[in-house]
Design a protein around this ligand. Structure first.
Ligand code: SF4
Ligand code: SF4
Length: 296
């Protein structure tokens, strides 16, 4: 079941159809064509779960397929970015570039953003657009801070005699981008199975909060980063997706709620707290939200 309701700016919900035909407020929260695009993007009819649906937690995808959930159209705008970029670039993809093709195998289907001569002279790079936060970007790039001694010591106060330090950014940390890597690797496998050779996989990540001080504090100094994705073994990626597809299929067939999403899938509770559209239908999500409200 796709999303059936929009969340308005005041927190109330309204059936999407009703919103599109008549907004009860004096003024719409965004242009009607934008709302229509958002509504359309939510209403995908696929035979089998997509690559992105399988990468998400099985419980989250199950609830999205079975519950009449609501979405905030403002939040969905980021998800629309990929298609918006395609529209802006229409007519500029001449040469050896293929865009937005949906490919499928017996497990799932996925629509890659673009493939071809997009970053260098090689004509077989697989590219993907992302709009993301400076936090996710910092993690994906493997940035982290360490304390570096300045050579001075504190002369007074509680720390008297202790060495002074300053923070320094390092960029060789673990890159937390497994979901992106699985997604691109699956598109790569689908492309290769269709007879296209893929030399590189690259994400063009646009930072949505780049202009905020917070981004600079996370060492994000540019609005856009190109992030190279490493190859993961075909066998591992296929097996992972197969297991998740089977789990989802079984839950849908037997109409039982799957296990809660893994800690990684729920972004160590951050997703349950603020970014999961079906948290209200999930016992664990309700628990996390209750605890968060109590602590506030
Ligand atoms: S236009 Fe915006 S405020 Fe009006 S009903 Fe739709 S979602 Fe709500
Ligand atoms: S609230 Fe958390 S555990 Fe529940 S479906 Fe959403 S992400 Fe998964």
């Amino acid at each position: 079941m796709p999303a059936t309701k929009f969340i308005c700016r005041d927190g109330s919900t309204i059936p999407i159809k009703q919103c599109l035909s008549h907004c009860p407020n004096a003024q719409r929260c965004m242009f009607l064509p934008t709302l229509r695009s958002v509504a359309e993007s939510l209403n995908r009819k696929l035979d089998k779960p997509s690559v992105t649906e399988l990468i998400a937690g099985t419980r989250e995808t199950y609830l999205k397929k079975t519950q009449p959930y609501a979405v905030d159209p403002m939040q969905q705008l980021y998800a629309l970015h990929g298609s918006a970029v395609h529209t802006i670039q229409e007519g500029h993809n001449e040469g050896n570039i293929i865009t937005e093709e949906r490919l499928a195998d017996d497990i799932t289907s996925g629509k890659f953003d673009l493939y071809g001569q997009i970053v260098d002279l090689s004509d077989n790079t697989l590219g993907d657009y992302k709009v993301t936060s400076s936090y996710k970007l910092m993690k994906a790039l493997g940035y982290y801070k360490i304390d570096v001694p300045t050579g001075e010591v504190y002369k007074t106060g509680l720390k008297k005699g202790q060495p002074k330090t300053r923070k320094e950014w390092l960029t060789d940390g673990v890159r937390h981008l497994l979901d992106w890597a699985i997604q691109l690797n699956y598109y790569r496998i689908l492309l290769e199975e269709a007879g296209f050779k893929v030399k590189d996989m690259v994400i063009q990540a646009l930072c949505r909060d780049y202009s905020l001080r917070m981004a600079a504090e996370r060492n994000i100094t540019r609005p856009l980063y190109l992030i190279k994705i490493d190859k993961i073994s075909d066998r591992w990626v296929k097996l992972y997706m197969k297991v998740k597809a089977k789990r989802l299929e079984k839950a849908l067939k037997e109409k039982h709620l799957p296990e809660k999403c893994s800690a990684r899938e729920r972004w160590h509770e951050r997703k349950c707290q603020s970014y999961c559209n079906v948290a209200e239908f999930c016992p664990y999500g309700r628990l996390v939200k209750r605890a968060m409200n109590k602590a506030a």
